[in-house]
Design a protein around this ligand. Structure first.
Ligand SMILES: NC(=O)c1ccc[n+]([C@@H]2O[C@H](COP(=O)([O-])OP(=O)(O)OC[C@H]3O[C@@H](n4cnc5c(N)ncnc54)[C@H](OP(=O)(O)O)[C@@H]3O)[C@@H](O)[C@H]2O)c1
Length: 441
């Protein structure tokens, strides 16, 4: 057997400590399967005195991860620090430049610098593996890059953020508000103290940008993603979706269209009968539509130390085995430029919820505006709300009434123009809620 592969693990937090533990537990089995031993020989983190929940006895400690990346004491640099600049970026560049293989779980880094880092790895003839960067424990990178290489892919979509899926699942199951679910998710450790990055969709967007490149052979273009988070979703929307045969999920979708590739992250109505609708709680799922295989769906844990370490170590085993797959599925110089499909041209069905002022002819006005925009309605749900009653028991006046429309397939531009016209007629109160419906089988 060849000399064992010497690993330097930078970052000993949730994922790093699990990687050290996994290799301590299964290192021998990995060596038998890949034909080469894998040993953690060096580590780096900021605070040497901190208890890590893993055995660091005999390992060389580096306070500076760049120094470890350049050191002759390692063959593979495992970057588990996080962030799209600073120590993570500098150390990964240093490792690749000095001819070391790199394994990383860092979606932010790849979304921003993935093409440049892939080119650097290819120039140096080393691997840059990142299975854990998208959907944690789900092997979607390998699936797209290798297992589906015989297919032309038309769409890849998924639930890529466990925090959002946990919140939406609980809102549905227990009828509690977005704010209460978020507070619970924070208490249970499923959401960060500052959850903005998750609930506004940025985390999903980073992962989607990587999937788009792998699925369509284009340069990663994380700045070209249409983004809407889940903060505007109410229990009224979730209840209406349920009645109409849908569930609401935060999806990341990349789809080939006639004018380019759509990349979009937004709350989405999915039919209850679809596989993606049944993914609950913190689980992730990724679906890929290939022309020969049809649709495949992978489901599993998208985060957590052990699940993420499972993917990191699979990447390490590939290096031990000598597998060298181009970083983004083809040489970086051969990737096409990303051509963005305009969101205004997006085609699909729409859910629209209005608060309609309670006066004769208001709803007829709305229906006319939709018809004038060429939008056909599949269903209309109108709920009468009791009039407000003042303290002395007189009617205090009519409240706006909730009305929900489901459209047949139309365009984003038609819907937006119709909503603008409706707002100008004074027949609705507040901004309408609009949720796109994803066409799924
Ligand atoms: N957590 C997950 O479930 C998950 C899932 C998928 C992907 N990921 C990705 O995995 C990576 C690591 O995530 P994590 O959750 O393990 O993060 P974490 O728990 O915050 O750990 C980060 C580690 O990096 C170390 N570090 C920070 N700055 C450093 C520096 N300048 N020099 C050396 N070490 C430094 C920290 O050292 P100290 O401990 O001394 O402060 C800490 O050990 C991120 O890219 C993340 O996006 C995480």
């Amino acid at each position: 057997m060849a000399n064992a592969l010497r690993l330097g693990v930078a970052g000993l937090g949730t994922v790093g400590a699990s990687v050290v533990n996994l290799i301590a537990k299964h290192g021998n089995a990995i060596a038998r399967k890949s034909g080469r031993g894998v040993d953690v020989t060096a580590v780096s983190a900021r605070d040497k005195s901190r208890e890590r929940g893993c055995d660091l006895t005999g390992l060389t400690w580096f306070t500076d991860p760049v120094e470890m990346a350049e050191s002759d004491a390692i063959d593979v640099f495992v970057e588990l620090i996080g962030g799209d600049n600073g120590a993570a970026e500098e150390s990964v560049r240093a490792a690749l430049s000095s001819g070391k293989h790199v394994v990383t779980a860092n979606k932010a880094l790849l979304a921003k610098h993935g093409v440049a880092l892939a080119a650097l790895a290819e120039e140096k003839g080393v691997c840059l593996n990142y299975e854990a960067a998208v959907a944690g424990g789900i092997p979607i990178v390998k699936t797209l890059r290798e297992s589906m290489s015989g297919n032309e892919i038309s769409r890849v979509y998924g639930i890529l953020n466990g925090t959002c899926n946990y919140i939406l699942s609980r809102m549905e199951d227990e009828g509690i508000s977005f704010e209460d679910c978020l507070a619970d998710a924070q208490r249970l450790g499923y959401a960060e103290a500052d959850p903005t990055f998750d609930i506004e969709g940025n985390d999903t967007a980073h992962k989607l940008a990587i999937l788009t490149s792998l699925a369509f052979g284009t340069k990663i273009s994380a700045d070209d993603i249409y983004l809407e988070g889940i903060t505007s979703i109410t229990t009224a929307d979730i209840e209406a979706a349920d009645e109409l045969g849908y569930r609401i999920k935060l999806l990341g979708v990349a789809q080939r269209t006639e004018t380019g590739i759509e990349q979009r992250v937004h709350p989405t109505m999915v039919p209850k009968s679809s596989a993606i609708a049944r993914i609950d709680g913190v689980l992730n799922a990724v679906a890929v539509d290939g022309d020969f295989v049809g649709e495949i769906v992978l489901v599993g844990p998208g985060a957590g130390g052990n699940a993420t370490a499972s993917s990191v170590v699979a990447d390490i085993a590939d290096i031990a085995r000598g597998d060298e797959t181009p970083v983004l599925g083809m040489p970086a110089v051969d990737l096409d430029d990303y051509v963005r499909a305009r969101m205004r041209l997006h085609e699909g069905g729409y859910y629209i919820r209005f608060s309609v002022v309670d006066r004769p002819g208001a709803f007829a006005e709305i229906a006319k505006c939709m018809a004038d925009a060429g939008i056909s309605l599949e269903s209309i749900v109108q709920r009468r709300r009791a009039p407000m009653v003042s303290e002395n028991n007189n009617s205090a006046g009519a409240q706006p009434q909730p009305v929900i429309l489901i459209t047949y397939e139309t365009t984003e531009v038609a819907v937006r123009e119709a909503l603008e016209t409706i707002a100008s007629k004074g027949v609705i109160s507040g901004a309408p809620q609009m949720i796109r419906i994803e066409k799924l089988t």
